[in-house]
Ligand binder design. Structure first.
Ligand SMILES: [Fe+2]
Ligand SMILES: [Fe+2]
Length: 285
């Protein structure tokens, strides 16, 4: 198979794994991540992130541009039962899909990754099946969800932060894959991206706990081919993010929510740290 063809195939898989990550993540936030429904679904979301990462690393190594727009995740949203059945169908379909792709490639690592995505999808299907079997009739007929408690304007602000952090995080991940051959920089960017995932989770959970679908939409992902320019742009984006968060910290509404305030303080400190690290990386790379 030609490299371009292989990159196209892997990019379609990447978009699917991205879709699964978002679907399970958002579902788990609606359920609440620390209960019998939310916790196992969050666990699946994390495994889908590995699946994304392995594919992204291979695409970057092959010199490809990773596809960062997620595919659609088809599911029947009627109730918990129908949703879980959709997840089972989705994961079961991936087993022959990935096995077939694995047969077509010669590279031992790529083959192993695709085979693993196949068998882990099979295990995901089994785990969702177990959840569905355990659901009470009442729970199977209903949907998770909550009423909005926070004011609309504040929730809109949080939604904007979800969208901004999500895009910034994706840019970091993309660069960690694309610049993987340029010393330690790629790894450092992935390290920062993991912190950003946590920061994103703080905003996203609050949005979902208020019954809203989090605005996890790709706004803008820069596709830099030059590492120095990428680092410089990241620094600028993070400075803007930090300034917005410092302003948000001072708002009266923010001051009313102690838990949120604590997480925001953490994010602000981490952003300042990341900016300083990026400056050093640009100087020393
Ligand atoms: Fe997966
Ligand atoms: Fe899966």
């Amino acid at each position: 198979m030609q490299t371009n063809q292989l990159i196209d195939i892997l990019n379609r898989d990447l978009a699917d794994e991205h879709a699964a990550t978002l679907r399970y993540l958002v579902h788990s936030y609606f359920e609440g991540e620390d209960n019998e429904f939310g916790a196992p679904i969050l666990s699946r979301a994390r495994e889908e992130m590995w699946h994304m990462h392995w594919l992204g690393m291979v695409i970057g190594k092959l010199g490809g541009e990773p596809e960062l727009v997620p595919a659609k995740y088809p599911f029947d949203p009627s109730n918990r039962g129908s949703i879980l059945q959709s997840y089972i169908d989705y994961e079961e379909n991936l087993v022959p899909h990935y096995n077939k792709e694995a047969e077509q490639v010669d590279d031992s690592h790529i083959k192993r990754v695709l085979e693993r995505e196949a068998w882990e999808s099979g295990i995901h299907a089994q785990k969702f099946r177990k959840m569905l079997d355990k659901l009470s009739t009442e729970d199977a007929k209903t949907l998770p969800g909550a009423e909005a408690e926070l004011p609309e304007e504040f929730l809109n602000t949080l939604q904007q932060e979800v969208a901004a952090k999500y895009s910034n995080m994706l840019t970091h991940i993309r660069d960690s894959w694309v610049f993987q051959k340029q010393g330690i920089s790629g790894w450092k960017l992935m390290d920062q991206a993991m912190e950003m995932m946590k920061q994103l989770a703080h905003f996203t959970e609050d949005v979902a706990e208020n019954g809203l679908y989090p605005q996890l939409e790709v706004e803008e992902v820069e596709r830099q081919t030059d590492l120095t320019a990428a680092l410089s742009n990241k620094e600028e984006t993070l400075k803007q993010s930090l300034a917005r968060h410092e302003a948000l910290q001072k708002q009266d509404e923010t001051q009313k929510h102690k838990g949120f305030l604590l997480n925001l303080d953490l994010t602000i400190r981490q952003e300042a740290y990341q900016i300083a690290e990026l400056q050093d990386m640009r100087k020393n790379k």
